[in-house]
Design a binder for this molecule. Structure first.
Ligand code: SF4
Ligand code: SF4
Length: 389
């Protein structure tokens, strides 16, 4: 059984898979709703880290969690190699993913990847695939330990491109993704269905994923973080659209891993929270126990402060003790509400995502109403609360 950083036994069933020396923990399972925004975690006492190497981005996506623009700071290469990488390794980080902004606008992206490879670790890059040269592709392929995830928020210039603030970005992303695939770099396709998309184009996205040999297509809803706070009301895909999307992509299930994050759920208990193991380094060195908790705490609706979810600054000092001793799992009790305490699913349920609760204006311990099958966002009762109800 998985034991969380707090030492409490987690109720959500996990599946694990050995990958080299790392035990990857799959958070997407048939028995529980995929309520965490992450696809995988790490087993044992290891951690995964996402590193924001730049705040800058050439696009202007409607859902950007960090509200990136063309202006912002880059994480200097010398700070990455002298402080960030060794201190993350000391904190038992086993997986590193580079994010932004757009990582390919960082002038030293290749050197950063080389530094990770020199420590014998794989490195992932999440990109919009519009700023990558052929020389970049060749250099990353040469390293042999890089994998790349590309964002496609729809599969047309009028959906993906418009959503990302530049219709021409769709053709560029398509061409570059094929180059990543040809070079053996492509891993997954990441997508936020939205009101500009029609469900059928996700079948086209999955067919493209199969064509280029992607391992998975991950889809998650437009959420109330960053620029999504304002755009969500206008641009989020409806529940009916998310269900239709699920139906049109089902036929690819034997060719691709279909990762459906926080899709409508009307029957399953929720997954639990691995905050503390899925950490994030901001460009200024601040370390989050989960990025989504900090993004959520920075939204106008939040009743929590972002400092509750931060664990030191990796540019100033070691972070291992800050992370190991972070009080999150002892300070807060997921499901500390009367609905959960009388729910028939209580024993199996991990109570969902605290970040979603915070972004919705709740206190941690409140219901994750977007995912809970008992009570919907509008207080609608969906399933009976107790046996016989
Ligand atoms: S708060 Fe917990 S459940 Fe939500 S995204 Fe972070 S790790 Fe996952
Ligand atoms: S009421 Fe609580 S225990 Fe029951 S399904 Fe919802 S989140 Fe889980």
């Amino acid at each position: 059984m998985f034991v969380s950083t707090s030492g409490t036994a987690c109720k959500a069933v996990r599946s694990t898979a050995e990958s080299g020396m790392i035990t990857l923990k799959r958070l997407i399972v048939d028995t529980h709703a995929s309520s965490c925004f992450f696809r995988t975690s790490v087993g044992g006492d290891g951690r995964k880290a996402l590193i924001q190497i730049t705040e800058r981005c050439n696009l202007h996506c409607a859902h950007c969690f960090v509200s990136s623009t063309a202006v912002g700071a880059d994480l200097p290469l010398k700070d990455f190699t002298a402080y960030v990488l060794p201190r993350l390794l000391d904190a038992r980080v086993e997986r590193i993913t580079l994010t932004g902004g757009e990582p390919f606008v960082h002038p030293d992206l290749l050197a950063i990847c080389q530094a990770v490879a020199d420590r014998g670790m794989p490195v992932g890059i999440c990109t919009n695939a519009t700023q990558t040269s052929d020389a970049d592709v060749a250099a990353l392929a040469e390293l042999g330990s890089v994998h790349i995830n590309v964002s496609f928020d729809g599969f047309r210039p009028d959906s993906h491109g418009k959503f990302r603030g530049d219709r021409s970005s769709f053709a560029a992303a398509l061409a570059t993704t094929r180059k990543f695939a040809d070079a053996g770099l492509l891993k997954g396709l990441l997508s936020t269905p939205n009101a500009l998309t029609v469900p059928e184009e996700f079948a086209d996205l999955c067919a493209f994923g199969v064509e280029v040999g992607a391992e998975y297509v991950l889809m998650n809803p437009l959420s109330s973080f960053g620029r999504g706070v304002k755009s969500r009301g206008r641009l989020a895909a409806t529940t009916a659209a998310m269900n239709a999307l699920r139906a049109v992509t089902d036929r690819f299930a034997d060719q691709l891993d279909l990762v459906r994050i926080r899709f409508p759920n009307d029957e399953l208990p929720l997954g639990d929270c691995d905050a503390g193991k899925l950490i994030y380094v901001f460009v200024d060195g601040q370390v989050a126990i989960c990025p989504y908790l900090v993004f959520a705490a920075r939204t106008p609706a939040s009743r929590h402060r972002d400092t509750e979810f931060l664990a030191g600054n990796v540019l100033r000092s070691a972070i291992t003790a800050h992370l190991d001793e972070h009080p999150f799992h002892t300070r807060y009790a997921a499901g500390a509400n009367t609905t959960c305490s009388s729910c028939t699913l209580n024993e199996q349920c991990g109570k969902g995502c605290p970040a979603a609760v915070v972004a919705a204006g709740g206190h941690i311990g409140d219901l994750d109403t977007e995912q809970c099958p008992i009570t919907g966002p509008d207080d609608r009762r969906l399933l009976p609360l107790a046996a016989g109800e």
